[in-house]
Design a protein around this ligand. Structure first.
Ligand SMILES: [Zn+2]
Length: 268
């Protein structure tokens, strides 16, 4: 499926040409606009790729519209690095949870509804991929922008050793929200849009839970080092993403340690 230009009534994707193992087909920059309105919101300007950023600005201009606000879904450079140049191009502030990622913009708080020229998006804090990750609920389109919390294919890496607990909580919470608000479309930070949010979120949850079971088995079988666990749990992994797998395994170990402590307490 073609990603560039895909979307919903109010959201359309401009695909940045930065494909890679972590960025899949490239970063999806989303332009959000209430039909007939002039003001738009841009989600994740992308990396510092001037041609891409100029193309986003031009796309908005060609629609007779104007960027009033940019938002980043989390601090990673493939989403944020272009923020400064994009803000220079458009005059729009960049809002972010992480103060360092803001460009003349404000913070973003869980539950807050941003209203821009008739368009409403709700901020949902979804720590895990990074501790500052957010999703955006575009309720009028029954759509959820997920940044790197949910990808168009594959599953994201968790940044940092303490991210898995929050990430699991975020997935369960997103599934509840998707049910409650009848979300029909996921607009991810990378990869194609997804049209069955509940089954995607359930498979994410199942995938993580089964990985945790595999790590448990590796530990039971005597694995003691992260490298040994990677070899058992991810036997076909490419060298390119081995470091990322290591960070996943460390997160899994941390999560299991907390869980086991809790269950040990529960048993005693
Ligand atoms: Zn990314």
């Amino acid at each position: 499926m073609r990603i560039d230009g895909s979307g919903t009534l109010r959201a359309s994707c401009v695909l940045c040409p930065n494909p890679g193992p972590m960025t899949l087909e490239g970063t999806n920059t989303w332009i959000l606009r209430e039909p007939g309105a002039r003001g738009v919101v841009v989600v994740d300007p992308g990396p510092h790729d001037e041609r891409h950023l100029e193309r986003v600005a031009r796309t908005v201009q060609e629609q007779g519209a104007q960027v009033l606000m940019a938002i980043v879904t989390h601090r990673h450079p493939d989403h944020t690095e272009g923020g400064r140049y994009f803000s220079e191009l458009t005059g729009a502030p960049v809002h972010a949870v992480d103060p360092e990622m803001r460009v003349g913009g404000a913070g973003l708080v869980d539950g807050e509804v941003l209203t821009v020229d008739g368009l409403s998006v709700r901020v949902i804090a979804t720590p895990g991929h990074t501790d500052d990750s957010i999703c955006l609920l575009l309720e009028s389109d029954n759509a959820l922008l997920t940044g790197d919390t949910v990808l168009g294919h594959g599953t994201p890496v968790i940044d940092g050793d303490d991210g898995l607990g929050p990430y699991m909580d975020s997935l369960y919470r997103l599934r509840d929200i998707a049910r409650e608000h009848q979300v029909r479309t996921i607009l991810p930070g990378h990869g194609p849009i997804l049209s069955s949010p509940l089954s995607v979120l359930s498979s994410y949850i199942d995938h993580r839970e089964s990985r945790l079971d595999q790590v448990r088995s590796a530990l039971r079988a005597g694995a003691t080092r992260v490298e040994e666990i990677i070899d058992r749990v991810y036997p076909d992994i490419s060298e390119q993403i081995r470091g990322a797998a290591g960070s996943s395994v460390r997160a899994q170990l941390r999560y299991l340690a907390v869980r086991d402590e809790l269950s040990a307490e529960a048993e005693s």
